[in-house]
Design a protein around this ligand. Structure first.
Ligand SMILES: [Zn+2]
Ligand SMILES: [Zn+2]
Length: 337
């Protein structure tokens, strides 16, 4: 079982997990856990969504299962305690895997609108369900599309992880939004959307329910933020129309990223407000100061920076250039869809 440890200077919870196996290995080849025929080897089933074929569209099925092996255990107490000047607690949390399609080679790009709607509805429902557990403080939802070193594609699934702490990078973002709001009495993201929409040069999609921006200070080449212009801190509270618009933009942008020469995969993560409890007074202004959005960024061959060792991000592609290239690729994606 995982143990969580934190040093008071670095303030970052580290998951110590001696049993950790290679997650990607279980998502590859004929023994792929998420391909048909291997159901018996997966984690416990948690939720299933099926829809029948209609109007010439095929039916589909989304399954949510426990992670294999689960990063955290759902049963037990946190057992928070000090170890000298450091902090420790048990690895209590939840790890669920959302299999958006049983077909190993399917991709977000191949999902029709009904499949996208169902997928985003499942993500929202799982968030709301896990948020009911008093022990959890934050839920991350992410999707990694990648290949192993031999170029074999990993079965793309969403990982939903509920933790009894807010990861430090997310806390930094929340605190930044809160500080901006306390200073200006406005949501930093709403201000940023207005600023970028007016400037236009870093906007790649702009419709009534979604704006997709290559951020001015993008940390990674071709990093994209997909944001609903309507202010809301919570992804799980977003309406169906709004999330479908964001999902459609995500699908188009995945198509555009695949046209990049150095493309080798992509990563999607949902940035949403943490779970709020009545006793928690740290996030009193969060309904006004935070704004949910989706981050999308490609994995590219030969573009690894020296970011970890240097302590800063090094991005070789200026955001304006990235937006220009993505817009030209979006033209061909739209022509094809
Ligand atoms: Zn598979
Ligand atoms: Zn806002």
């Amino acid at each position: 079982m995982a143990e969580l440890r934190r040093h008071p200077v670095f303030r970052e919870w580290v998951v110590v997990f001696p049993e950790r196996v290679d997650y990607l290995a279980g998502r590859l080849g004929p023994s792929c856990l998420y391909c048909p025929g291997n159901e018996g080897r997966r984690g416990t089933g948690i939720y299933t969504r099926e829809w029948a074929s209609a109007d010439g569209h095929p039916g589909g099925r989304i399954e949510v299962v426990a992670g294999s092996p689960p990063l955290f255990k759902i049963e037990g107490d946190l057992d928070k305690h000090a170890v000298g000047m450091c902090d420790c607690m048990q690895g209590i949390g939840a790890h669920e895997v959302v299999i958006e399609s049983p077909a190993h080679d399917d991709d977000l790009e191949s999902l029709d609108d009904r499949a996208l709607s169902a997928l985003f509805d499942v993500l929202r429902r799982r968030w709301a369900d896990l948020a009911g557990d008093e022990r959890f403080r934050h839920i991350t939802m992410s999707r990694l599309d990648t290949c192993d070193d031999s170029g074999n594609r990993v079965h793309p699934v969403w990982d939903i992880v509920a933790t009894p702490f807010i990861p430090r990078s997310i806390k930094d973002e929340l605190l930044g939004a809160k500080q901006y709001f306390l200073h200006k009495e406005r949501c930093a993201f709403c201000d940023y959307i207005r600023q970028e929409a007016a400037a236009e040069e870093r906007v790649v999609i702009d419709d009534p329910h979604t704006i997709a921006i290559v951020p001015y200070a993008a940390r990674f080449p071709f990093e994209i933020w997909l944001m609903p212009p309507q202010h809301s801190p919570d992804f799980a509270a977003a309406g169906e129309e709004e999330t479908l618009a964001v999902a459609r933009a995500l699908r188009s942008l995945v198509g555009a990223l695949k046209r990049l020469e150095q493309y080798k995969g992509y990563m999607v993560s949902v940035h949403t407000a943490p779970i709020r409890r009545e006793r928690d007074d740290a996030w009193q202004t969060i309904d006004q100061d935070y704004h949910w959005y989706i981050e999308l960024r490609p994995r590219l061959n030969g573009v690894d920076g020296m970011t970890e060792s240097a302590g800063f991000h090094l991005n070789p592609v200026p955001s304006e250039e990235a937006a220009r290239i993505l817009k030209s690729h979006l033209e061909s994606v739209r022509g094809r869809l």
